[in-house]
Design a protein around this ligand. Sequence first.
Ligand SMILES: Cc1ncc(C[n+]2csc(CCOP(=O)(O)OP(=O)(O)O)c2C)c(N)n1
Ligand SMILES: [Mg+2]
Length: 329
Amino acid sequence: MANDSLPNPLSPCTREQLTHLYREMLLIRRVEELAAKAYTQRKILGFCHLYIGQESVAVGAAAACQPQDHWVTAYREHGQALAKGVSARAVMAELFGKATGCTEGLGGSMHLFDAKVNFMGGYGIVGAHVPLAVGVAWALKQRKTGGVAVCFFGDGAANQGAFFEALCLAQLYKLPVVFLCENNYYAMGTSVDRASSLIDMSLRGLGVGMVREQFEGFDVEHVRERVGAAVEHARSGNGPVILEAITYRFRGHSMSDPAKYRPEGELEAKKQSDPLLITERRLREFGADDAEIAALQASVEVEAEDAYQFAETSPEPDPARLYEYTYAP
Ligand SMILES: Cc1ncc(C[n+]2csc(CCOP(=O)(O)OP(=O)(O)O)c2C)c(N)n1
Ligand SMILES: [Mg+2]
């Protein structure tokens, strides 16, 4: 049972759907590039972990989900927030620490949150959000919402104790949750094979009898299909699924990491499977020409630049609110 490949419930992307997915990935890429620029200008302070290279995972997952599905994730979450429906303005303003940000400027890069679109954060303690996702799944089941919790986590988080405990409970109670590991080969400067004897983290599910699958995560259509299969399995009351998407981050761990620990040539080789290139090629097979691709890029440029301007000109939060969400009233 646990090794079965899940049936795919979705039909292939139409040209319109694929165009949308390409635009979503482009928007994440441009927002992240502008965040990097703002960080070097000290307009964004503190930690800042970019999602460049992994865009296909969040965008493919979003295409496989429904609005009532709740996402819980870690600190490399700008792209996931955008994919789930938080606006580029609200994300960028939060990175700038402005009152117009999705967490009203009180959270910053690692604590994006927007209950309106069921984006439940944004957490900085590695692995600690996985039990939270199980709690969300429990609530979704008790309330009979038909929603599924999707928990994104890294290869590093899959070595944490809390992660194993969360898997145990989710399987025991057959909760509607999809655990989605983004294996980008590194946890800070430590490569996955130096930290774990298993490098396919979906195999961790076998210990509790959970349905599991590993797949290539660079092709957004493929991610949509595999996450779609897992989400349907969980939504139908069959219990949780653990997935691993093989991906890669093109930047360092955070803005302060020059990523010198990578073997020579590895980054260049991985860039051959840049999600944007794969999907642009597929769009051209559908008949998209240079003008159509350029128009998409131009419209994303306008949206990302607008977000940057909005963040820059937005007001700071009122210092009197500093402790507002720290202690219960
Ligand atoms: C409990 C805990 N231990 C250590 C850290 C420091 N730390 C921050 S990110 C990170 C690496 C996590 O890697 P991974 O889960 O693979 O996610 P990725 O950064 O690759 O997205 C570590 C060790 C932390 N934030 N929390
Ligand atoms: Mg990692």
